[in-house]
Ligand binder design. Sequence first.
Ligand code: NAD
Ligand code: UFG
Length: 339
Amino acid sequence: MLVTGGAGYIGSHVVLALLEAGQDVLVLDNLSNSSLESLARVERLCGRAPRFVEGDIRDRALLDRLFAEQRIGAVMHFAGLKAVGESVQQPLRYYENNVAGSVTLCQAMAAAGVFRLVFSSSATVYGEPPQMPIREDFPTGTPTNPYGRSKLMVEEILRDLSLSEPRWNIALLRYFNPVGAHPSGLIGEDPQGIPNNLLPYISQVAVGKLKELAVFGDDYPTVDGTGVRDYIHVMDLADGHLKALAALAERNGVNVWNLGTGTGYSVLQMIHAFEQASGRSVPYRIAPRRAGDIAECWADPALAEQELGWKARRGLAEMMADTWRWQSNNPDGYRPASA
Ligand code: NAD
Ligand code: UFG
């Protein structure tokens, strides 16, 4: 099994789950947004390390070599850039990494006769859906930024690919909002610089690294005026990947599954739940809406339950407790305290 981007936040949790399930794992990561420490900790947790190659999914010669030399039956493809704001500033970098990188990966897979692929997609491909909860058969919309468009483009490329060659079997996993960390507090999300996403921001405020949270808008048509999202524990997400991979053994073509809980929480509800779990207060102020945000977004997860036998099991309190354990044990993420 090849895992691209396996040193990153979601990838490292999935690598751990794969190793614990007895799979043989090769990680390819260029470490542009991660460090090898995540995989060292994976080894501490399960007593086994994945094989690791530092390299880039855009490097076709490297991919050809890996497919020729290593036993690879399937690919889980996490590698990519994911900062929405940065994608607006640097669209070509995003299209090159996310779109061109995925094309190169698929070319190398096809050349090597490997046709099983699990792709990290996002609820962002739905754009601004007309109603909630979001089902997989809703039409894809217009994402509001290059990052989102890169995800939608890759989905469409993968659909074309599977039409052209029936041996492909592909899972498009549309994540809602991944949060949380392994319950050990040893692996978790380690954003570089100031976090873009809500929960990493809240936890850095709670730990004293940031002064206060800006709540982007309190005039949305939601329960309390703040944005509502479907936050899903990264451990549930990891489990969903293993179930999707298993299901692909009996499926062809492109399969789309939402990975969400089916429940939405507002920004203020998230702040209060975090305060309860951590015993810290999270100062915040109301700020203007953030460009490109939608009011609410949550999944109908029924299809994944029906077809994969998968369901998110961890609730909000567990998401918060695990985030807090990770953040308070590792205030500087994977960097040593002196760095
Ligand atoms: P992450 O940045 O922690 O992990 C991505 C990994 O890919 C990093 O280790 C990075 O070094 C590596 N990488 C980036 N470009 C590469 C390249 N060209 N070649 C090799 N390695 C490369 O992000 P994450 O949160 O773990 O996200 C994983 C995937 O899930 C991404 O594709 C992301 O777009 C998608 N996704 C994430 C979220 C989220 O909120 N975290 C939501 C929906 C979808
Ligand atoms: N928010 C704040 N203040 C912050 C950060 C976020 O109020 O400092 C609010 C946002 O306005 C939104 C909610 O918290 O209402 C969640 O915001 P995030 O940035 O954590 O997540 P998004 O839903 O905007 O985006 C996430 C991923 C994208 C993905 C998208 C799919 O970051 O990669 O979900 O829905 F495309």
